[in-house]
Design a protein around this ligand. Structure first.
Ligand code: UTP
Length: 288
């Protein structure tokens, strides 16, 4: 079994649900408390043993690349002014030289198409996919949980969670096989099924460990739900050919791609911060 060392981070979406904020700024640069979504994803990937990163970017996304570069003037000024604490805050933005590449998705044709754009980076290796707008608050980082499940099963693993039946039309949904309560065998995958057609209420969140063969499935460029090239459909093509499991991860997921989920993440992450928790708890009393 090949070790998991690569991660693809698709960040080329238009972020229409966050307009006007995302008119000139990438959605993935929106901060939760004081850290942009993309940095949470990179840090989570690192904690799972990922060493090589590929961001699939598009127009107006250069700030995402800049964020992981050295900011000479800023760093020099902080050093000269003796602002060690502020300087330390930049640590998480440093990446090993040469470990981060970007590829361009010129037109956002869908998540599956974005992943296919990273095909040269993926090569013949297993790879992780992290959607930065899904944030998971957990003791063990979510991708590290998936990486452990990959070592256990030797195949594709996606992070899954139960959703209300009325919401199945927002997510990729599993048709399930053998289920031990933690790992569940994937027998089928459907993108955004209507509640009455959904084969279960187990939905995929934005964390995946995939085998490189998914690229061949995506290369067919079949258009799925919403007229987009769906990653879910590409993954469905692997079922029966390779091990494929859903992992009920430990943790709480926040869908930061929608406004309510993003606001809830601000509160949940702030309450975990020793420097903020008391103040936040105090002002929250004014709103209940
Ligand atoms: P979303 O489904 O949230 O789409 O993408 P979006 O365009 O970012 O946001 P809305 O729906 O218009 O508000 C999930 C992830 O997949 C990436 C996005 O950048 C995001 O990280 N993505 C999506 C691409 O990279 N390319 C695409 O064609 C579609």
């Amino acid at each position: 079994m090949k070790p998991l060392r690569k991660a693809v981070l698709p960040v080329a979406g238009l972020g229409t649900r966050f307009l006007p904020a995302t008119k000139a700024m990438a959605k993935e640069m929106l901060p939760v408390v004081d850290k942009p979504l993309i940095q949470y994803a990179i840090e989570e990937a690192r904690a799972a043993g990922i060493e090589q990163f590929c961001m699939v970017t598009g127009r107006g996304k250069t700030a995402l690349v800049e964020h992981f570069d050295i900011a000479f003037e800023l760093e020099d000024t902080l050093r000269a002014r003796g602002k060690q604490d502020a300087f330390k805050l930049l640590e998480g933005t440093q990446v090993e030289p040469g470990s981060m590449v970007t590829v361009r998705q010129q037109v956002p044709l869908g998540l599956g198409h974005a992943i296919w754009c990273a095909r040269a980076f993926v090569g013949d290796d297993p790879f992780a996919v992290l959607l930065p707008d899904d944030l998971v608050l957990s003791d063990t980082p979510c991708l590290a949980q998936l990486a452990a499940a990959y070592r256990e099963t030797g195949g594709n693993v996606v992070a899954v969670t139960e959703v209300p039946r009325a919401h199945t039309n927002r997510y990729g949904i599993l048709k399930t096989g053998h289920d031990d309560g933690r790992l569940v065998e994937v027998r089928g995958l459907v993108e955004k099924p209507a509640p009455e057609d959904a084969p279960s209420t187990l939905s995929i969140i934005g964390r995946y460990v995939l085998m490189p063969e998914v690229i061949g499935e995506l290369a067919r460029m079949d258009r799925g739900a919403g007229g987009e090239v769906q990653l879910t459909d590409g993954m469905a093509g692997l079922i029966g050919r390779q091990p494929f499991h859903g992992l009920r991860y430990e943790g709480r997921r926040f869908d930061c791609g929608n406004k309510a989920g993003f606001l809830e993440a601000q509160i949940a992450f702030a309450l975990k911060r020793p420097d903020l928790a008391d103040q936040v708890r105090a002002f929250l009393r004014n709103y209940t």
